[in-house]
Write a protein of this length. Structure first.
Length: 201
């Protein structure tokens, strides 16, 4: 079972409250999904993995990895892994990565750590809108679609890419249709903002 995620970043919400602001056109439906705080610790090997599109982190003590499967910084397509065993298997199969992956942190070093306050909404029954504010004062948002794929046919990579392209097109249409909800301008991701403020560990 693959978990695919496609996301597009935006600078911040253009309105204070998505539930009570009636833009034109209005969302078909909008539900507030609450707020939560989480702590991320990101790990890497001298930025080698992240330069290849692989991000390994602990979120509130749980191991996760995000593997870029296309797109760019603002418009990203990821496969997500969770748990030590799944991440260890993935790192072990990387022919271009030969660092010892055993040990508490897969042989990786901490490169960033911060806490985020996240608010979430569900729009039109399928689009997750999130706005994150970090403990070092940075705000960024994302519109996300997720899809669980249970596919055992031929050419998994081609099928995955096709599904993610469909998801990306849906997000693009959604954000253009409801442009009143999102501040224009170039967004900056949390890690980029962290490194800009504190440098790399």
């Amino acid at each position: 079972m693959l978990l695919l995620e496609v996301e597009r970043k935006f600078r911040c919400l253009a309105v204070k409250n998505l539930l009570h602001y009636h833009g034109v056109p209005a969302f078909q439906s909008i539900e507030y999904r609450g707020k939560k705080t989480f702590h991320d610790i990101y790990y890497d090997d001298s930025s080698f993995l992240s330069s290849k599109g692989v991000w390994v982190r602990q979120r509130d003590g749980h191991w996760q990895a995000k593997i870029r499967r296309g797109g760019d910084f603002n418009n990203s397509k990821f496969e997500e892994l969770s748990g030590r065993a799944e991440i260890s298997r993935y790192l072990a199969q990387l022919t271009w990565y030969n660092t010892n992956i055993h040990g508490d942190t897969f042989g990786l070093s901490q490169m960033a750590a911060f806490t985020t306050l996240r608010e979430r909404w569900l729009a039109n029954k399928e689009f997750t809108i999130v706005q994150d504010v970090t403990d070092f004062g940075h705000t960024v948002g994302e519109v996300e679609l997720e899809c669980k794929v249970d596919y055992d046919g031929h050419d998994l990579e081609r099928y995955r890419d096709m599904r993610m392209a469909q998801m990306d097109a849906k997000i693009d249409f959604f954000m253009q249709r409801y442009a009143w909800a999102f501040c224009p301008g170039v967004p900056m991701g949390k890690l980029t903002a962290y490194f800009e403020k504190f440098g790399r560990s």
